[in-house]
Design a protein around this ligand. Sequence first.
Ligand code: TXD
Length: 309
Amino acid sequence: MARPKIALIGGGNIGGVLAETLAYRELGDVVIFDVVEGLPQGKALDLAEGAPLAHSDAKIAGTNDYAAIAGADLVIITAGLARKPGMSRDDLLKTNLAIMKSVAEGVKQHAPKAYVIVVSNPLDAMVYTFQKISGFPKNRVVGMAGVLDSARFRAFVAWELGVSAEDVTALVLGGHGDSMVPITGSCTVAGIPVTKLIPKDRLHAIIERTKGAGGEVVALLKTGSAFVSPALSAVEMAEAILKDKKRVLACACLLEGEYGISGLYIGVPCVLGAGGVERVLEVDMNPEERKLFDASAEAVRSLVAQIAL
Ligand code: TXD
């Protein structure tokens, strides 16, 4: 049985880690598309030459021609500029909107049946743009942000308690920006509510660090943003779809009435499997969290309002 075909639109920092992880874990045959001549081809050749050492027989190719993504089963989009120090994710809107419009046309033409994971920032606006321009059904277009934000929250809780992050479950919902909402009520350590283990002031500090975690890495790297943790977050989602794992993950999904919101992509828990976003789950939030979630949705709505499609 042939491996799935995975097309990566954008072969930059995140695209490179995506290609390596997906191919070396043999989750699919990988084709990297980028507009920079030679970049995808060079990265693909390097990865292909390393494949024997990764015990992988996955095919890896690079291209500047959309025709090479023909028939892809899964598309992961990282095309677009990344932040520099002092920039907000929203500052990327104008440039990345133009890029996303071209990407949506290319994917629609060459991989019309693909499941699509959008990574590019500002995430909630970019995944919305892709879905509107491509016309793909909402279950086949999902945004990656909550898996990353939740992983950061889990890591900070694990470090605070000196426990394995594997035993920390957490959900960070809402928009992928400063208004994101870590849901403390659903954060547990092996089932033990985190509120019973970490004092309020420390938990608040962890929540604030989670919201600023992307900017913290940008300030240190100076030349770009985090790329390994975002790539591995997208792989988590890709694997859930490719292996029909029915994972419950925080993803940017198109809401049509859930949480009282319609016509917006925003981070919510969903069941991710062979049918893509198979269903959205509604999670309890305390009044303060619900207020923050609604405010986050409004922040996304005002960003999306700036998009002329
Ligand atoms: O959680 C999340 N969703 C975020 C997403 C986490 C971290 C980074 N986030 C965003 O992903 C970031 O703000 C950027 O918007 C994207 C990609 O980040 P990356 O770090 O991979 O950026 P790079 O290294 O600049 O790579 C972007 C590539 C680069 O090689 C460009 O040549 C290419 O995108 N690019 C294009 N590819 C295809 N088509 C077009 N039009 C195009 N324009 C640029």
